[in-house]
Write a protein that binds this ligand. Structure first.
Ligand code: ACO
Length: 374
């Protein structure tokens, strides 16, 4: 490395950009903790609301705190007629991630505290976004299918209400539990691309709605959250388990990316995959359709044998959401409905000890030169 050629960490691989007390990603043991608790333990023993409280407050809630948190969230779910009107004006074929990005931006126009970046206001705005995002996702999805929106039901849990506003009905408890588990697993993951985007936006002094709008834009990409949709498209393209291995060999021939595999941090397995796979298997049992999980098992075994690459969370989440009855374009918006918790926790942390995020680039363009004669 010479003076004129600094070490470039392309993609910021391995760069530790700041401290954080929200979650710890430990690739050496394939583990992940939120505020010190193993994500698997949270998924098996807690509700998504308890985990949201934990991420925002550092501790799990007691019964009264949980009751108050649930009541506040349930009371904020309605969206205005103005936002419903904006959603109805979206093009019929708008991608749901573009729809929710635009809806969150519009919520920023309506929020009485948008520009207030104090911690208290950011917490109140985070709660409003947590509550309203499912309503906006569902309204946009239903509008794209020519269906009227369903009013949120404050008596339902966060997970139950998501099914209610999207599908108009709440499924069996084991389906709701599998969905709740997926929300917990998707809630937070250190300095991933969308969270780092949200923190970068926050570092300029910009507000929560701006940070979340940017986070959603980053999450849409197929290398990040968009992979859960891509996984289901891939499984649908393969069609049946007997074709899985041959299909994969074709991808190897073209050195193509196989969606739902690989991870920037975990190289020996994603800590969230076993739990999500267990619940995806349960969904296959409930629905009585083993095709997708059988295909997944064959693909994962072949990827490990031939490429030494493990699946990431999006791999089991894709078929799980399909088996729960959600259309594929809703999969990444569901990730948004969950990750708003992690994004907000990081925004609050960034605001508390802020320094503008502003790295350098090493210039490789034309040498300095004179302007041509004019
Ligand atoms: N399919 C095929 N090959 C892969 C895959 C994959 N999914 N992932 C990595 N590889 C290969 C790379 O091409 C590279 O090969 P090379 O050394 O011959 O060039 C090698 O494995 C090492 O990959 P990395 O460079 O370590 O991957 P990186 O950290 O840059 O990227 C990423 C990580 C973006 C997640 C990548 O694995 C990928 O594109 N996966 C598919 C998309 C995906 O599933 N994203 C979801 C991420 S998790 C989440 O958001 C919840």
């Amino acid at each position: 490395m010479s003076e004129t050629e600094p070490e470039i960490r392309k993609g910021l691989v391995g760069v530790v950009a700041d401290v954080s007390a929200v979650s710890k990603v430990m690739p050496e043991t394939n583990s992940l903790t939120y505020r010190g608790y193993a994500v698997q333990d949270l998924a098996e023993n807690c509700s998504f609301e308890e985990v949201a409280y934990l991420l925002w407050n550092g501790e799990l809630p007691d019964a009264d705190q949980l009751k108050a948190f649930r009541a506040e969230e349930a009371g904020e779910r309605a969206i205005t007629p103005a936002l419903h009107g904006v959603i109805r004006a979206f093009p019929q074929d708008a991608h749901p991630m573009d729809a929710i990005r635009t809806a969150v931006s519009f919520l920023g126009l309506e929020d009485p505290e948008t520009a207030d970046v104090s911690e208290a206001a950011t917490r109140r705005k985070a709660m409003r976004l947590l509550a309203k995002i499912p309503t906006a996702i569902a309204a946009a999805h239903r509008a794209s299918k020519g269906l009227a929106p369903v009013e949120p039901d404050p008596k339902l849990t966060f997970a139950e209400n998501f099914f209610h506003v999207v599908l108009g009905k709440v499924p069996a408890p084991e389906v709701v539990k599998a969905f709740d588990v997926s929300l917990i697993l998707y809630a937070e993951h250190g300095f991933n691309a969308s969270t780092f985007t949200a923190r970068t936006i926050t570092s300029t002094g910009a507000d929560l709605h701006g940070a979340v709008t940017g986070g959603i834009a980053a999450l849409k990409g197929p290398l990040h959250g968009g992979a859960n949709e891509a996984v289901m498209h891939m499984l649908a393209e393969i069609g049946e388990p007997s074709k899985a291995v041959a299909w994969l060999e074709g991808k190897f021939d073209h050195k193509a990316l196989v969606m739902g595999f690989g991870h920037r941090v975990y190289k020996n397995g994603d800590s969230r995959v076993p739990t999500m796979t267990k619940y995806a298997e349960k969904m296959a049992e409930v629905v009585g359709d083993r095709r997708w999980m059988e295909m997944s098992r064959l693909l994962a075994a072949e990827m490990l044998t031939k490429k030494k690459i493990h699946p990431n969370l999006d791999f089991p989440a894709g078929p799980a959401y399909h088996l729960m009855g959600f259309d594929i374009p809703l999969f990444t918006p569901i990730f948004v409905a969950s990750r708003i918790t992690g994004w907000a926790a990081h925004v609050i942390e960034q605001q508390a000890d802020n320094r503008l995020i502003r790295p350098l680039s090493h210039y490789t363009g034309a040498a300095q030169r004179s302007m041509p004669a004019r």
